[in-house]
Design a protein around this ligand. Structure first.
Ligand SMILES: Nc1ncnc2c1ncn2[C@@H]1O[C@H](COP(=O)(O)OP(=O)(O)OP(=O)(O)O)[C@@H](O)[C@H]1O
Ligand SMILES: [Mg+2]
Length: 252
């Protein structure tokens, strides 16, 4: 194994919280710090073959070239449900892990004149919230455990997010995994009282930092503007926080 084989999992408190846009912004942040970034969506639902999925959308916004989608299911449902409804086999952990490990082990892009490969940041976006079934008895928690990967939780900004986010971080803790921090998936131009208070309460209640806030509407920005602006949406030490959350490099 190399140091490149530990991804960061981007999960969320639910579906539509902005995981894809947050993944794209984290990818830009990583690239701006000189990291070689990849984006993976293990299971994509709700799209026909050939349509751009979440990983492709995040890559389009961020300019990332290393992209992997392992499995696609047609109906816009939780992956386990989508497989059942379509009469297809349930996704297994092994079926996802094989291609993801190969992708993590594949050579990165870039490198500098010294021949030293750049450090890597491989982002893996879950489907829906933390405990959504990717297959029978399979959640993103199992994938994170198998990959020994830390997780970032994307959360809503407004009233109700405190409990959702604390539940998600507690479930990550209970599984013996690390949560590197929270990203607010869509931060309004004019935050209300609850949204402003949540910024203070989220770190206190979850025990992890708020790493960043993606402005409302960011997903509609032209990619060049998205790339220019995204690093400013994160706390200055976010890349270091992510790298610290990765387990120590193991060489063979
Ligand atoms: N900051 C944002 N700016 C603009 N649009 C956003 C933002 N966050 C989310 N959206 C929009 O909200 C919708 C849901 O966001 P997104 O697809 O990122 O959610 P998700 O958490 O990745 O959902 P899924 O569980 O389906 O992967 C999309 O239409 C997206 O364009
Ligand atoms: Mg998504």
């Amino acid at each position: 194994m190399t140091g490149a084989d530990r991804p960061v999992i981007v999960t969320g408190t639910g579906t539509d919280v902005g995981k894809t846009i947050a993944t794209a912004a984290l990818a830009v942040l990583g690239r701006s710090a000189g990291l070689d970034v990849g984006i993976c969506k293990p299971v994509q639902t709700g799209l026909a073959p050939g349509e751009p999925g979440d990983a492709h959308e995040a890559a389009r916004l961020s300019g990332v070239e290393r992209v992997l989608e392992v499995r696609r299911l047609p109906d816009p449902l939780a992956p386990e449900t989508a497989a059942r409804v379509a009469g297809l086999s349930q996704t297994t952990c092994e079926e996802l892990l094989g291609p993801i490990r190969d992708w993590l082990d594949s050579p990165g892009t870039g490198g500098d004149a010294t021949g030293v490969p750049p450090r890597r940041l491989d982002l893996v976006e879950g489907a829906g919230g933390l405990l959504v079934r990717l297959g029978t008895d399979l959640t993103i928690v199992d994938l994170a455990a198998a990959l020994d990967a830390p997780l970032v939780v994307v959360a809503r900004a407004g009233l109700g997010t405190l409990s959702d986010t604390e539940l998600t971080v507690r479930a990550i803790d209970a599984a013996g995994l690390r949560c590197a921090g929270v990203v607010v998936g869509s931060w309004p131009f004019d935050p209300d009282l609850a949204e402003r208070c949540n910024l203070e309460d989220l770190p206190r209640l979850t025990g992890v930092p708020v790493l960043g806030r993606i402005p409302y509407g960011a997903g509609e920005l032209p990619p060049d503007e998205f790339v220019r602006r995204a690093p400013d949406w994160f706390e200055a030490d976010t890349v270091a926080t992510l790298e610290r959350s990765l387990p120590a490099t193991v060489s063979t």
